[in-house]
Design a protein around this ligand. Structure first.
Ligand code: ADP
Ligand code: MG
Length: 340
């Protein structure tokens, strides 16, 4: 190899970066729905074909993108959500890296139709492999529709690693469930291969969303929680001792409405259920912790699934102790066996 240093061009940079953000079709669905949420939508329709491998279509009724900004939205580090690093200390939006549209459009064929309420007509763009091919005015309703086709058509290695339609569909369904639970104020409709899968009412009641997804067997066994202390404000539902799972699929943890994987929070929950449910089983929970953005770091990983807390130990103890008190004081717990 010659010892010559190349500065990579933007398309190559975007394709490489896409590897981090866009791992599979469900990553596209996650990024696009998060954008709809950030755009203050009250209704989101997700329509996928063949596990998202053939197409992903997402429509929202949010604020839209002004025609003059549309091409810019596909550039890397193009975001309307922050201006400078200090904005992260007061961040309530799900996005802020300005990477999703650049990454997704670099590895797929993308069509966007968008209109703001201040514009008379909308804008349609077609982007292929990161390049804006056409941009034209089009009649449209307020909001944004994005259609992704042929994901990874220009990154054959990634395409080879796509799983079966069934496996990719399960991933997408899980993800939509998670986003729906985090946003009970938004009506979320999900269609898979033409079949309606989920339609949440958008009535701002978490219990309605849980019922839409998991049915009455779960909602009939939930205890409402609400608690405020110096480190966080907690709300949501936890399962009683009649419902628990062998896997962690029904453990939904949110920080400021962003679903996260947090070992700290899960450990606190497990600890509070000790002796209430059998060892090795997993409690059911739907919990949102509202935490001051300045005391957490969501910028650890491109997919933002992990969060670092400033006051880890305090949060752990406060959460564990509150949940334990709540569980023991609940009439829904009844007489229970003590498990080891
Ligand atoms: P980020 O979400 O981190 O800002 P994205 O690449 O996901 O970066 O989106 C870039 C920008 O495009 C957003 O900041 C937003 O201004 C605009 N945008 C993307 N999707 C939508 C949408 N559904 N509705 C309105 N604006 C959108
Ligand atoms: Mg985004």
């Amino acid at each position: 190899m010659e010892n010559r240093i190349n500065i990579l061009d933007d398309l190559t940079i975007n394709k490489i970066a896409a590897g981090e953000v866009v791992e599979r079709p469900s990553s596209v669905v996650k990024e696009l729905i998060e954008n709809c949420v950030d755009a203050k939508s009250t209704k989101i329709i997700v329509d996928i074909v063949d596990g998202g491998k053939k197409s992903i279509r997402i429509t929202d009724n949010g604020i839209g993108i002004p025609s003059s900004e549309v091409s810019k939205s596909f550039l890397r580090h193009a975001t309307s959500k922050i201006k400078e690093i200090d904005d992260l200390y007061d961040l309530y939006s799900l996005g802020f890296r300005g990477e999703a549209l650049a990454s997704i459009s670099a590895v797929s064929k993308l069509e966007m139709i968008t209109k703001t309420k201040d514009e008379a007509v909308g804008t349609r763009v077609y982007v292929e492999g990161g390049k804006v091919i056409t941009k034209e005015p089009i009649g449209a309703t307020n909001g944004t529709t994005i259609i992704i086709k042929d994901i990874f058509y220009n990154t054959p290695v990634r395409q080879k690693f796509l799983k079966s339609t069934h496996a990719e569909t399960i991933n997408i369904s899980d993800l939509i469930n998670k986003l729906a639970i985090g946003n009970p104020n938004i009506q979320i409709k999900y269609i898979n291969n033409g079949k309606p899968m989920l339609n949440t009412p958008g009535d701002n009641k978490l219990l309605s969303v849980i019922r839409s997804i998991y049915g009455k067997d779960i909602t009939g066994n939930l205890i409402e929680v609400e608690y405020e202390c110096s480190n966080f404000k907690l709300s949501g539902y936890i399962g009683n001792n009649n419902v628990y799972r062998s896997n962690k699929n029904l453990q939904h943890i949110y920080i400021n409405k962003r679903f996260v994987k947090s070992k700290l929070i899960l450990d606190a929950i497990n600890e509070s259920y000790k002796s209430i449910i059998p060892g090795g089983k997993h409690a059911v929970c739907f919990l949102d912790l509202e935490i001051k953005p300045s005391t957490i770091d969501v910028n650890i990983h491109p997919t933002k699934l992990e969060v670092k807390f400033e006051n880890e130990q305090e949060i752990y103890v406060e959460l564990r102790d509150y949940l334990k008190r709540k569980l023991l004081g609940s009439t829904l717990i009844g007489k229970y066996e003590t498990y080891n």
